[in-house]
Design a protein around this ligand. Structure first.
Ligand code: NDP
Ligand code: 2IT
Length: 445
C-alpha cells in the first residue's frame, strides 16, 4: 500500500473505531485521491481530504413508538450531515436492522462524491434507523415514521437538509414522514424527495436509480461499440432499484434472468419479462412477500440462502446491498465471461472483488457514478418544487439520461489510462474536484 494512504487510513481508523464500512469507503477514495492531491498541493495544504472525511454534523436520537400489541419499542435514529460545500445536505434514509453509525457514515461519504458528479447543487448526507419494517403493519410503520420525524424535523428543511428513500424507505414511508413534518412545521415544502405525484413528487423518481444504472452500463458498452441488445443480465435484489433496472434492460433488448432478496435468488432462464415484472412489483411493493414465491408462480429454480453471481451472464447489476459481491463471486463472474458490472447498490463489491474486475479489464461502473440517477432525479424534484411546476416524463427522463452521460464523460476524463478506463478513479477524482474547490473558496469552515 502507498505509505501516504496507509498513514492517512491509520488516522481515520484511530478516530473512527469499529466502523469497517466507513474505513472501506474512505480507503477506496483515498487510493484515488492521495496521488491526485500530491500533484495539486492547494488541496493538500488546506487538508481538504481530512475535512471531507469528518462529518459536519452527526445527529443521533431516540425513536420510541408503540406496537400493535400496545408495547413500547425503542429504536435509534440517525442523520449524518456530511458536507454542504456545494448545496444543502441531500441523501436517503435507510430503515434496516443492520443500520449503525459506521454504515450511515460510509453512505454519507459516498453521497458527497455522487451528488457532486450529478452536476446538481447538492451536498451529501444520509440517515436512517435500525427499525425493521419487515413484518410490521402499516399502522406500526406509520407510528414509527411519525416518531422518527418528530425529532428529525428540527434538523432538516428544504434549504438545509433534504432526505429521501433508501433500503426499507419507499413511497409509503416518505408519505408518513412528510405528513408528520407538515403537521409539526405547518409548511408544505420540498423537504423530502420521492414524494407521491399528487403532493409534489416527480415523475421518474421511482424509476431513476435503476434506469440510471442501465443508462450507465449502456454508456460503458457504447465505448466498445456494443449495446445491451441481446445481453443476459444478472440482477440482485428485488426492491426499488432491481425492479426498474429490470424494466429498462427489457426495454433496451436485454434479458434479466435473476432477482433476489435476503433469503435467496430465483433463476428464470426465459427472462423476467414485463408481465412477470409487474407480478414481482405487486409481490414486493403491495403484498410484501418473498422472492421465493416467484419460483412457485412461474416454475423456475429458487436457490435458498445464495446470491445470483454463479449464473452465467454478460452484465451484472448488483442492486441489493453493500459487500454482496466478494472475491470468489467476482472470480466466478469473470470465469463465466461477464464483461460489465454496473452498481445499482452502494458499495456492493468488496475491494478484493474490484481488484479482480480491474485485473481482468471489465467495464466496472462503481456505485457513486452508476447509481447517481436516483439522487439526480431527487435534485430535479427539488427544482420542480422550487418552481412549483411539474415536468412531464420525457422532460425528466431526458434530463436523467443526459446526467448519466455527463457522469460517464467525467469518469472518462479523470479515469482514462490509455485504452482502459478506471471508472473508480474517474468517479472519485471527478466527484472530488468541485467539492474541494468550493471548500477552498469558502475558507476553513
Ligand atoms: P429496497 O428496500 O427497495 O430493496 C432492497 C433489496 O435488497 C430487497 O430485495 C432486499 O431483500 C435486498 N437486501 C437488503 N439488504 C440485504 C442484505 N443485507 N442481504 C441481502 N439482500 C438484501 O431498497 P433499494 O432498492 O432502494 O436499495 C437497494 C440498494 O440500492 C441499496 O444499496 C441502496 O443504498 C442503493 N441505492 C438506492 C437508491 C434509491 O433511490 N432507492 C439510490 C442509490 C442507491 P429483503 O427484502 O429480503 O431485505
Ligand atoms: O443512495 C442514494 O443515492 C439514495 N438512496 C438516493 C438519495 C436521494 O436523496 O434521492
Amino acid at each position: 500500500m502507498d505509505p501516504k494512504v496507509e498513514h492517512f487510513m491509520a488516522a481515520i481508523k484511530a478516530k473512527n473505531p469499529s466502523q469497517p464500512e466507513f474505513h472501506q469507503a474512505v480507503h477506496e477514495v483515498a487510493e484515488s485521491l492521495i496521488p491526485f492531491i500530491e500533484e495539486h498541493p492547494r488541496y493538500k495544504h488546506s487538508k481538504i481530504l481530512e475535512r471531507i472525511a469528518e462529518p459536519e454534523r452527526v445527529i443521533i436520537f431516540r425513536v420510541p413508538w408503540i406496537n400493535d400489541k400496545g408495547e413500547v419499542e425503542i429504536n435509534r435514529g440517525f442523520r449524518i450531515e456530511m458536507n454542504s460545500a456545494i448545496g444543502p445536505y441531500k441523501g436517503g434514509l435507510r430503515f434496516h436492522p443492520t443500520v449503525n453509525l459506521g454504515i450511515l457514515k460510509f453512505l454519507a461519504f459516498e453521497q458527497v462524491f455522487k451528488n457532486s458528479l450529478t452536476t446538481l447543487p447538492m451536498g451529501g448526507g444520509k440517515g436512517g434507523s435500525d427499525f425493521d419494517p419487515k413484518g410490521k403493519s402499516d399502522n406500526e410503520v406509520m407510528r414509527f415514521c411519525q416518531s422518527f420525524m418528530t425529532e428529525l424535523c428540527r434538523h432538516i428543511g428544504p434549504n438545509t437538509d433534504i432526505p429521501a428513500g433508501d433500503i426499507g424507505v419507499g413511497g409509503r414511508e416518505i408519505g408518513y414522514l412528510f405528513g408528520q413534518y407538515k403537521r409539526i412545521r405547518n409548511e408544505f415544502t420540498g423537504v423530502l424527495t420521492g414524494k407521491g405525484l399528487e403532493w409534489g413528487g416527480s415523475v421518474i423518481r421511482p424509476e431513476a436509480t435503476g434506469y440510471g444504472a442501465v443508462y450507465f452500463a449502456q454508456e460503458m458498452l457504447s465505448m466498445k461499440d456494443d449495446s445491451l441488445e441481446g445481453k443476459v443480465c444478472v440482477v440482485s435484489g428485488s426492491g426499488n432499484v432491481a425492479q426498474f433496472t429490470t424494466q429498462k434492460v427489457n426495454e433496451l433488448g436485454g434479458k434479466v434472468v435473476t432477482l433476489s432478496d435476503s433469503a435467496g435468488f430465483i433463476y428464470d432462464p426465459k427472462g423476467i419479462d414485463a408481465e412477470k415484472l409487474a407480478w414481482v412489483m405487486d409481490l414486493k411493493n403491495i403484498r410484501r412477500g418473498r422472492i421465493k414465491e416467484y419460483a412457485e408462480e412461474f416454475g423456475c429454480e429458487y436457490h435458498d440462502g445464495k446470491r445470483p453471481w454463479s449464473v452465467p451472464c454478460d452484465v451484472a447489476f448488483p442492486s441489493a446491498t453493500e459487500n454482496e459481491i466478494r472475491k470468489e463471486d467476482a472470480e466466478t463472474l469473470v470465469k463465466n465471461n461477464c464483461r460489465v458490472i454496473s452498481e445499482g447498490a452502494n458499495m456492493p463489491s468488496t475491494p478484493e472483488a474490484i481488484e479482480i474486475y480491474q485485473k481482468n479489464k471489465l467495464l466496472f461502473g462503481p456505485g457513486k457514478a452508476a447509481n447517481a440517477g436516483g439522487v439526480a432525479v431527487s435534485g430535479l424534484e427539488m427544482t420542480q418544487n422550487s418552481m412549483r411546476l411539474p415536468w412531464n416524463r420525457d422532460e425528466v427522463d431526458n434530463r436523467l439520461h443526459m446526467i448519466m452521460k455527463n457522469i460517464h464523460a467525467t469518469c472518462v476524463k479523470y479515469g482514462s489510462e490509455g485504452e482502459y478506463i478506471d471508472y473508480v478513479k474517474g468517479a472519485n477524482i471527478g466527484g472530488f474536484v468541485k467539492v474541494a474547490d468550493a471548500m477552498l473558496a469558502q475558507g476553513v469552515v
